[in-house]
Design a protein around this ligand. Sequence first.
Ligand SMILES: Nc1ncnc2c1ncn2[C@@H]1O[C@H](COP(=O)(O)OP(=O)(O)OP(=O)(O)O)[C@@H](O)[C@H]1O
Ligand SMILES: [Mg+2]
Length: 344
Amino acid sequence: MPGAIYAEGLVKTFGDVTALNGVDLDVPEGSVLGLLGPNGAGKTTAVRVLTTLIKPDRGKAVVAGIDVLRKPNDVRHAIGLSGQFAAVDEYLTGRENLRMVGRLYQLSGRDAKARAGELLERFNLAEAADRPAKTYSGGMRRRLDLAAALVVSPPVMFMDEPTTGLDPRNRQALWEVIQELVAGGTTLLLTTQYLEEADHLAHDICVIDHGRVIARGTSDQLKARTGGERVELVVHEREHIAPALGVIRAFGKGEPTVEEHTRKVIVPVSGGAKLLAEVIRELDGRGIEIDDIALRRPTLDDVFISLTGHAAASDEPGPDGSASGADGSGADGSVELKEEVAGP
Ligand SMILES: Nc1ncnc2c1ncn2[C@@H]1O[C@H](COP(=O)(O)OP(=O)(O)OP(=O)(O)O)[C@@H](O)[C@H]1O
Ligand SMILES: [Mg+2]
């Protein structure tokens, strides 16, 4: 059975820009999908299609069991949306904005008032609640918009870069709200540039670039694809690279790589901090002086770079001018990650 958010072969072009180039998604009910991708990848376009704001050129989408193309009005009643750009009424106060949304969703006047009060507290807006929104800072606006999306809790929510521009405390507060929502059974599609955020909140992650899904899986699966843990060490003198390699080969789980100019040796390992201590003892015992040594676990940023050839917040294509990830790719260029590749 398809999940609460389902899409098949979505294509959307704007003139000669292909914003979506055959996107498939399937988000099980009660779970969070993190849609990751650099600027211009197609994240907002996907959200706009799924929330009925624009029509795809091709493909199929079903949200909360309702066909998005055939019954957009019914879909609108079943979803909540917080867009990338806050949609608040500038001339109303924060409190009025939230009460208005409550009334639009047919809450009673009393319930709308109570809900507005709760959300203003929750999003640290109580003090500014009775000022017009046009006097709010960017982060305050964003929080008001998020609060507006949460006035009622629809079964399916879409949040387009919900924490962009929030300070760490408010980001944390939003993460908590999201976790509560999901514990209550809400299905959420969240787009983000913050890989840490997807790591923290999302059950599944879908990486898109140039309108295509280039990888999907859990955060652990994506990291395993990049190649588990590694030890990185910098020897003090270039002559020590060769003996260091001799030592580290014995501990590694694969062939070490060397960056001559930085005197850095990198080797994939498993065994964590204990292994690191042994490596240090062995190097020390042989009189190999090191400037730096660290155990590195791949971050989602590393995953992103290895998949796309560029960092998440960049517009630049990879060095070869296209998305990489050719190794292990399916016929459609995407990589499906299975549990058995989850590595050490
Ligand atoms: N209304 C539009 N008219 C023309 N081009 C558009 C329109 N909307 C999006 N695009 C183009 O489609 C592509 C995907 O845009 P989209 O907004 O979906 O990216 P995004 O992944 O949300 O990026 P960001 O991280 O910057 O928000 C971009 O090349 C963008 O310029
Ligand atoms: Mg966007």
